[in-house]
Design a protein around this ligand. Structure first.
Ligand SMILES: Nc1ncnc2c1ncn2[C@@H]1O[C@H](COP(=O)(O)OP(=O)(O)OP(=O)(O)O)[C@@H](O)[C@H]1O
Length: 290
């Protein structure tokens, strides 16, 4: 499977939501990372055919997705950012209904639905009404329905919204397993959702592709730009005004600052290894106000 975005642009009222965006996806987990309003949902909506781009093409296995009609949708599983459910549906009935829409033979679909409820830890809720579930449980129903039919391309828009830490971990493991021989595109502004599972990270800023690379390479590109600086209560204000800070930790008398800077920010600053949060702050942070 291969998905290629070719110079996609989309404007709303004269303002670009996406501007000449190009990227290629082959198998693996792709983290689409950007701040609020970066254009992630717009890109996904164009990919799944909900939205038309003003310019550019989406190619799936080198075929224009729009020209291949609804047929290409059989390859796609999709969890929207704000999934809507019929609240009176029981969970299992909803999944069976989704099997019908996806043209999955019912017997096979029901078996898979049961397995998926198990993996998203919702077996005991199979006969509960969706309206009676918590937000995180509903989100997991959404994840299960997206995986029904074992699509070649799984697209998840902010999938961990409302999940507690344990369920986030379960979700990450599930995606890693599922991604074998498939494409998973996961849009988020939460770095930890993708830090450990993405094979590639796509950084999207103001509708434009900033970078596409492995998490490792992105972190290495920040070598010599992440520092530990020690502040005291007296010197803290001055440092907070002057420096781009990704973390602060108090340690008895001192405060350890994690600083992003192209130059050594302080005489005693020590260079440290970057993590993906540092990468995010380096490219997206406008200088925090404290
Ligand atoms: N229907 C619309 N009408 C007008 N402007 C829109 C519309 N949809 C999106 N936009 C604008 O397009 C830009 C990109 O929005 P988009 O929802 O794609 O961003 P996002 O990266 O998904 O953000 P978030 O993380 O907040 O969901 C934003 O400036 C947004 O205000």
């Amino acid at each position: 499977m291969k998905v290629a975005f070719k110079e996609i642009s989309k404007q709303y009222k004269g303002k670009y939501a996406l501007h000449n965006f190009s990227a290629e996806l082959e198998r693996g987990v792709y983290g689409l990372l950007g701040t609020n309003g970066a254009g992630k949902t717009t890109l996904i909506n164009i990919l799944v055919g909900i939205l038309k781009s003003d310019k550019g093409q989406v190619l799936i296995n080198d075929i224009d997705a729009r020209k291949s009609g609804v047929q290409f949708l059989s390859h796609i599983g999709y969890l929207p950012q704000f999934p809507q459910f019929y609240k009176n549906f029981e969970v299992m009935d909803f999944l069976k209904y989704m099997c019908l829409l996806k043209e999955i033979p019912l017997q096979q679909g029901e078996k898979r639905a049961k397995e998926l409820l198990e993996v998203v830890n919702l077996s005991s809720a199979a006969r509960k009404k969706i309206g009676a579930l918590s937000g995180g449980m509903r989100q997991r129903v959404g994840i299960a329905q997206a995986m029904l039919g074992d699509p070649d391309i799984l697209i998840l828009d902010e999938p961990t919204a409302g999940l507690d830490p344990q369920e986030r971990i379960r979700f990450r493991n599930l995606i890693t397993k599922f991604s074998e021989n498939r494409i998973v595109l996961l849009a988020t502004h939460i770095v930890s959702d993708i830090e450990f599972i993405a094979n590639q990270v796509i950084l999207l800023k103001d509708g434009q592709l900033l970078k596409q690379d492995t998490p490792q390479a992105l972190m290495e590109s920040l070598n010599g730009k992440v520092w530990h600086v020690i502040a005291t209560d007296k010197t803290l204000d001055e440092k907070l005004k002057r420096l781009k800070i990704s973390n602060m930790q108090r340690d008895q008398d001192n405060i350890l600052l994690r600083v992003i800077d192209d130059e050594k920010p302080d005489e005693h600053a020590a260079s440290v290894q970057a993590n993906l949060e540092d990468v995010f702050l380096y490219y997206f942070g406008e200088g925090e106000q404290w």
